[in-house]
Design a binder for this molecule. Sequence first.
Ligand code: THG
Length: 367
Amino acid sequence: MALISPSRRLRRTPFSDGVEAAGVKAYTVYNRMLLPTVFRSVQEDYHHLKEAVQIWDVSCERQVELRGPDASRLMQLLTPRDLRTMLPGQCYYVPIVDETGGMLNDPVAVKLADDHWWISIADSDLLLWVKGIAYGYRLDVLVDEPDVSPLAVQGPKADELMARVFGDTVRDIRFFRFKQLSFQGRMMVVARSGYSKQGGYEIYVEGSDIGMDLWNALMEAGRDLDVHAGCPNLIERIEGGLLSYGNDMDDDNTPHECGLGKFCNTQTAIGCIGRDALLRVAKEGPVKQIRAIAIEGDPLPSCDRHWPLLAGGKVVGRVSSAAWSPDFGTNVAIGMVRMTHWDAGTELTVQTPASQLSAIVQENFWI
Ligand code: THG
């Protein structure tokens, strides 16, 4: 592939200088912002993520900020997950659906206060939808994209590294909770979350000016922990079944098709947009659903279009993400499979650009 031409429309981040100094080898574009995808190699980054600790520039997880008396009401309009018992200090993984029940995004909602939320978005223009809803419903709420950039600290040594920079209090933060902690006299939201199954934190850095100070402090404090710049890892996220909006699902899919039914309480999420449509699909059940799929053969190229899944010559699904897993010695993949063929152990054929390969539907993801 050729290079990407830099311009103002393709936004740098507060940590881009650190990412470049660390020798980033490839980027993707996410929310019109640079997102690193490779430092040493996808496989070396994968092993290192599972053994040590990495600092990830995930600034592209932009925040949609809701501020004002109707902030909580707006948040509940956006998602079929029941938010009534959610407290400030909590984060929820929330499907966002349109009026047909189609997935618009799968962000992390951060509740700062009853009248103050951040929606930490995946790659779609959610800000426009949220501003439109707020305006159309005449809500008393400000909707904007603030200068907030998440920096993730992921891997088995993340607790030790974070304790050195933010103090031992980080060890007491529970999964999907956050504390406000000080760094160089600035308060930052520090959550136990992140787009890997290796454990770790996300620091929501407010104000681009302090980005590199924090990046450098983490790099220096973790030298003996073998800290390295990293990024969401394709192999590790497929093994863990972490979905990628725009790759594994889009607005043609319901949350139930995505296996996100457990994050929907459509009966009690009164007022949520798409509620009627979702009540119908929840009752009938989805006719296709996300599955873990093992693909036999040599390491596969990256999946940059849907690969058809076939049974008896007929299309019964598609693969949307795939990678060679060194730890499991097979190609691991995420696909959408029709009900008739989604049982664990079902043998299918996948049509990759190069060849037809045997694919087996798995009971669960690998980790
Ligand atoms: N962190 C933050 N913002 C984000 C992401 C993130 N925005 C974009 C993208 N990632 C949104 N998608 C996801 C997908 C999965 C998870 C989080 C965001 C995730 N899932 C856990 C799992 O599946 O194991 C569990 C969630 C739960 O149990 O509540 O973490 O990563 N800030």
